[in-house]
Design a protein around this ligand. Structure first.
Ligand code: PLP
Length: 328
């Protein structure tokens, strides 16, 4: 695992979410943590479950990751860390985040659930920040049925992570800290080891699919998508499109339903924003116009290694036909 991810240390867990909570605990975070609402429930829940106050930073429209220029305004004397999310296989601006964290003495934990195998300038994405959490849930690019990994360059965390995932037990008659049960089991580990042989093949198949989507979609008005970034190895975890209803003629929700009638099943991912969940509604003050813009317009198209390139062309043709029916 260390070798594939190009990291110095990796500890495995039963799932990504508990790994994230354990990272938060081990770093001893307090008060406020700056994060984003354009993520899976897990990121926000982890902070709340650990008794912390999430402070929501907006995302950039072009990358869907934390907006660097908006972070510093949110830092207060109570801020202890940043918890940015690498989204869809696209990394955050890790260098800028490192700079801000250093300047203000903040810890950095990345939610790296989407970026297994991603590299920045040839370095494993998990080498950035203090700790990164990868998920190996069955829905991810690489999976161990369920599973999580924490990666970290500083070896001091290893002991604490091992203790926290196993009830804090230090000996047959000794329990040192309040831990939990977050151990990865052997069956999960076996599945992960088998799948590790196929992950590069899976990523290269997905790359071809992503390129085909881009080729077929680029001529359709009002459909935007993310491009590859320079010096990044992407993993093509998802293929999100942004539907600009003024140009396309239909809203995201209408396209979502129309595609279903053609048996094309897409996901509104991430929608709703975590701050709009029933459990968090109106609990947090936040200024997040870009997050709202993307959450209302994003759709992730089918993406898996076995998806035929012909099917990709068909899906794009359907999106084109729907557009033509509207404009004609
Ligand atoms: C999948 C996911 C998680 C949670 O991982 P699990 O392994 O399912 O617990 C956290 N954050 C993001 C962004 C995810 O996509």
């Amino acid at each position: 695992m260390n070798i594939y991810l190009k990291v110095s240390n990796a500890t495995v867990f039963c799932n990504g979410h508990l790994a994230l909570e354990i990272a938060i605990k081990a770093l001893g975070l307090t008060g406020e943590v700056i994060t984003t609402p354009f993520t899976f429930a897990s990121t926000t829940h982890a902070l709340i479950n650990c008794g912390l106050t999430p402070v929501f930073c907006d995302i950039d429209i072009d990358t869907c990751t934390m907006s660097i220029s908006k972070i510093e305004n949110l830092i207060t004397k109570n801020t202890s860390a940043l918890l940015p999310v690498h989204v869809f296989g696209y990394p955050c601006n890790v260098y800028a985040i490192e700079k801000i964290a250093k300047k203000h003495g903040l810890s950095v934990i990345y939610d790296a659930a989407h970026v297994f195998g991603v590299e920045v300038d040839g370095k494993g994405i998990g080498t950035f920040g203090d700790v990164s959490m990868f998920s190996m849930h069955a829905t991810k690019v690489f999976h161990s049925i369920e599973g999580g990994i924490l990666t970290y360059e500083n070896e001091v965390f290893k002991k604490e992570f091992n203790l926290l995932r196993n009830f804090g037990i230090t000996g047959p008659e000794m329990v040192a800290i309040t831990g939990t049960n977050a151990k990865m089991n052997e069956f999960q580990a076996a599945m992960g080891l088998v799948n590790l042989h196929y992950v590069d093949e899976e990523i290269s198949k997905r790359q071809k699919i992503a390129y085909m989507y881009r080729k077929c979609l680029k001529t359709i008005h009002g459909i935007k998508f993310l491009e590859d970034m320079p010096n990044i190895r992407h993993n093509y975890a998802y293929f999100p499109i942004i539907i600009q209803e003024n140009d396309y003629g239909l809203t995201r929700d209408s396209l979502y339903e129309k595609l279903q009638s053609y048996n094309v099943f897409t996901r509104k991912y991430f929608y709703p924003l975590t701050v709009d969940f029933d459990c968090y509604k109106s609990k947090f003050q936040c200024n997040i116009p870009n997050s709202r813009y993307i959450a209302d317009r994003v759709l992730t198209l089918p993406m898996y290694g076995e998806l035929e390139l012909d099917s990709v062309e068909k899906i794009c043709q359907i999106i084109q036909d729907i557009y033509l029916n509207i404009v004609s």
